[in-house]
Design a protein around this ligand. Structure first.
Ligand code: ADP
Ligand code: MG
Length: 730
């Protein structure tokens, strides 16, 4: 009997939900208590220091060095009163996780004596040992060190007994080594470009922020079952496993009652999030069994990115207390719905206007149309770049794999707005001014949209980039991703587009066009030019593949190939023009993404080979021997004719097992030889592409035979927890 699997199952059966009590009946009693927010700052800082810091935060400028000692000491007092003993610079290197290095607040002064210390120097800058963090060659060439620098725009917070200070991570030569620095630059670029465009409509606008509301999907699995699957432990996904008899097709899980253990986990997760000022809101079951979702109210994008990274950390910690493991992988189980992280994105002004929300007056609607159409144009012109922002090995299972939507970027806007854009195209002409009535009609038509859109939920869940009433929803982002990557690209391409728009409109105005006419003409041109990116049909259907090809839209399945766009001159120019990434930074990022791909596929391939050869084949042989003994026994009790009849099934099974063993071992060996060859290739790009094209295909072949064996072999002998156990055990 396979002891690990059955011991794990026994452990799961004996579990009871953990009791979780709310700290108080009122959320406001504990909301944000672990955050050094404006409220806490005002209590712990002298008034003038507080004012200076808030101003720097709001304006996105540096906090002056001469006051950082005072900021640090108030931060320290606050944190120590809450029981903190350590502090750390918290940052987001390109590994995809967060990193921290803890230092104690105290420093030795003389024999047996220490003093609590945390001053401006330690707040502003640290030098983590970053030798193992990816840098794409940036640190090798010049200076081996990198340092972290305080980002005052994201508030410090407490985890356990540690004060965490959000920072950016850069090399000594000033190049960014993390997700945050380019994000902050992109947010700055879109702010500037959007403020400029807003001057056509409202001169009071002097600040535009990007907003992000993410929706995090994940699976829960019992920790004992998780530990019995070496593939889950090392890769986050199951490389083998036959579909359960009870499949997802029943879909009774969706919005179904949340099992009690999971519900206790979510309650504790919510409490922890609330304490950290993460405004999580929804929880329900997702499409697949044991799959769930967590989403906060949207926030300013930089903060939302930090909150999502924090959430993923907290989930892991809280899950352990409930004997769960959180699976954030995009596709932990083949044949079962995968996990994504929808990024809801919009732009919002200091005057409180959501620029992607259709208004109620003709004037506000022209502004809405402007930002709406410019976003579509930006996606149209940069579809490949947007695709590259979500090109990871995990997400490859969700984009373009057998059971997933194709990797084609398109935009869904709904029938109402399609009508408005069609009308705009028909009514506006290059050489004739619109009459006052025509303008009003065009603008007013949009005013009817919000109710219709939101009420009818005129939605298309198959679109990778959909307009949903007052925001765009980028749905193709992977569940493990740092949202900063997608957010950096979206905000950069929209910034660039808005700059171009302003130039185009100003050019017409200087030739004598009235402002509104100029805006309408340019918008009309964009509507026409970006038409091919708009798709309202079923994005999962066969016909879309043909239609998209006819339109000339790319469909790049392989992640390393989807990254090619990062090498193009157009991309280099785009990032340079918006001051987001230098050519060198871009090159480094490309290389890091490629290396990451290679590493992940290499590990998956090794785990697969290991499991197949050391866990599966030995069990298959043992079971085959049982069958062989059975057949030998039958031969002793039956005459030739009866034997043939009674041993037929067993003999077929024996042959089938031999066949699968042969397929598995042959292909595992071929795969190993391929790995060895590819590992010796010079270029990171070549390695990643070869892993995609030459190693990955073995996965399907080997898996097919292993999964067949799972169906054949005695359940009691099977070593790995099965899908039905992973997915349906509560
Ligand atoms: P679903 O996609 O599951 O149907 P919703 O469309 O209701 O769910 O998703 C709502 C998400 O959109 C929430 O996370 C919310 O915070 C976010 N959201 C709403 N308005 C905005 C906005 N102006 N900017 C960014 N995100 C927003
Ligand atoms: Mg959504």
């Amino acid at each position: 009997m396979s002891t690990v699997r059955f011991k794990a199952l026994e452990a799961v059966m004996s579990r009871a939900p953990k009791e979780v009590n709310y700290p108080s009946a009122k959320v406001s009693d504990y909301y944000g208590v672990h955050v050094f927010d404006k409220d806490a700052m005002s209590q712990y800082m002298p008034k003038d220091i507080y004012k200076a810091v808030v101003e720097a935060i709001d304006k996105g400028t540096r906090v002056e060095r001469k006051i950082t000692d005072l900021v640090a000491s108030s931060m320290k007092s606050w944190a120590m009163e809450k029981g903190c003993t350590h502090y750390t610079h918290w940052f987001q290197p390109l590994t995809g996780t967060t990193a921290e290095k803890h230092d104690a607040f105290f420093e030795p002064i003389c024999d047996n004596n220490v003093v609590e210390r945390f001053d401006g120097n330690q707040l502003v800058q640290q030098e983590p040992d970053a030798s193992s963090l990816p840098n794409g060659g940036i640190r090798n060439t010049f200076e081996a060190r990198g340092y972290t620098a305080w980002d005052p725009s994201s508030p410090a917070f407490i985890i356990g007994k540690t004060l965490c200070i959000p920072t950016i991570f850069i090399s000594y030569t000033g190049e960014s080594l993390d997700y945050k620095m380019p994000l902050l630059k992109a947010l700055h670029a879109v702010d500037k470009a959007a403020v400029d465009v807003n001057q056509y409509f409202d001169k009071n606008v002097n600040k535009v922020i990007a907003t992000l509301g993410w929706e995090q999907e994940y699976f829960l699995v019992d920790i004992a079952l998780f530990n019995a699957r070496p593939d889950l432990i090392t890769t986050g996904r199951t490389v083998f496993g036959h579909s359960p008899a009870k499949g997802q097709e029943l879909e009774d899980h969706y919005f179904g009652a949340i099992p009690e253990r999971a519900s206790a986990f979510m309650r504790e997760l919510e409490i922890e999030c609330m304490r950290l000022g993460i405004p999580v809101k929804t929880r329900h079951n997702e499409v697949a069994p044991n799959q769930f979702e967590c989403a906060p109210i949207f926030e300013e994008a930089n903060l939302a990115v930090d909150h999502n990274q924090l959430l993923m950390d907290i989930m892991d910690r809280v899950a352990r207390k409930h004997n769960f493991k959180v699976l954030l992988h995009e596709k932990p189980y083949a044949g079962v719905n995968g996990s994504g992280k929808h990024n809801n994105w919009s732009l919002s002004t200091n005057t409180g206007v959501n620029l992607l929300s259709p208004g109620s007056t003709p004037k506000s609607n022209l502004r809405f149309l402007t930002f709406f159409i410019n976003t579509i144009k930006a996606v149209h012109d940069n579809a490949d770049l947007l695709r590259s922002s979500i090109a990871t090995p995990g997400n490859e299972h969700r984009l373009g794999a057998n059971e997933a939507p194709p990797a084609i970027i398109s935009v869904f806007i709904g029938s109402q707005l399609t009508k408005v854009l069609n009308q705009l195209e028909a009514k506006v002409s290059e050489n004739k001014a619109l009459s006052a009535d025509e303008k009003t009609e065009l603008k007013l038509n949009i005013g009817k949209i919000p109710q219709i859109l939101l009420d009818n939920t005129d939605r298309n869940r198959t679109s990778p980039f959909a307009f949903t009433g007052n925001k765009f929803e980028f749905r193709a982002v992977g569940s493990t991703a740092n949202c900063a990557n997608a957010m950096t690209i979206i905000n950069t391409i929209v910034a660039k587009q808005l700059v171009d728009f302003k130039e185009d409109v100003d050019a017409l105005i200087s030739k004598g066009d009235k402002k509104d006419d100029a805006i309408f003409k340019v918008l009309r041109r964009y509507v026409v030019e970006s038409k091919k990116i708009r798709f309202e049909g079923n994005g999962y259907g066969e016909e879309w593949l043909k239609e998209a090809a006819k339109r000339g839209l790319n469909n790049i399945n392989s992640a390393p190939h989807a990254l090619d766009v990062m090498k193009e001159q157009k991309t280099i120019d785009l990032f340079a023009s918006q001051g987001v990434l230098t050519h060198r930074e871009l090159e480094a990022r490309h290389e890091i993404a490629l290396d990451n791909y290679t590493t992940v596929i290499r590990i998956e391939s090794r785990v697969m080979g290991d499991l197949a050869i050391n866990h599966i084949i030995p069990v298959a042989i043992r079971y085959q021997n049982i069958l062989i003994n059975n057949v030998k026994g039958l031969k002793t009790i039956y005459d030739a004719a009866d034997f043939k009849k009674n041993a037929k099934n067993q003999l077929e099974m024996i042959a089938a097992i031999s066949n699968h063993i042969q397929i598995i071992s042959e292909n595992a060996e071929k795969m190993r030889v391929e790995r060895k060859r590819i590992n010796n290739l010079e270029s990171a790009e070549e390695r990643a592409k070869e892993y995609s094209l030459k190693v990955k295909p073995f996965f399907d072949i080997i898996r097919k035979s292993v999964d067949k064996l799972e169906l054949t072999i005695d359940d009691e002998m099977w070593p790995l927890p099965k899908y039905r156990e992973l997915l349906y055990t509560k």
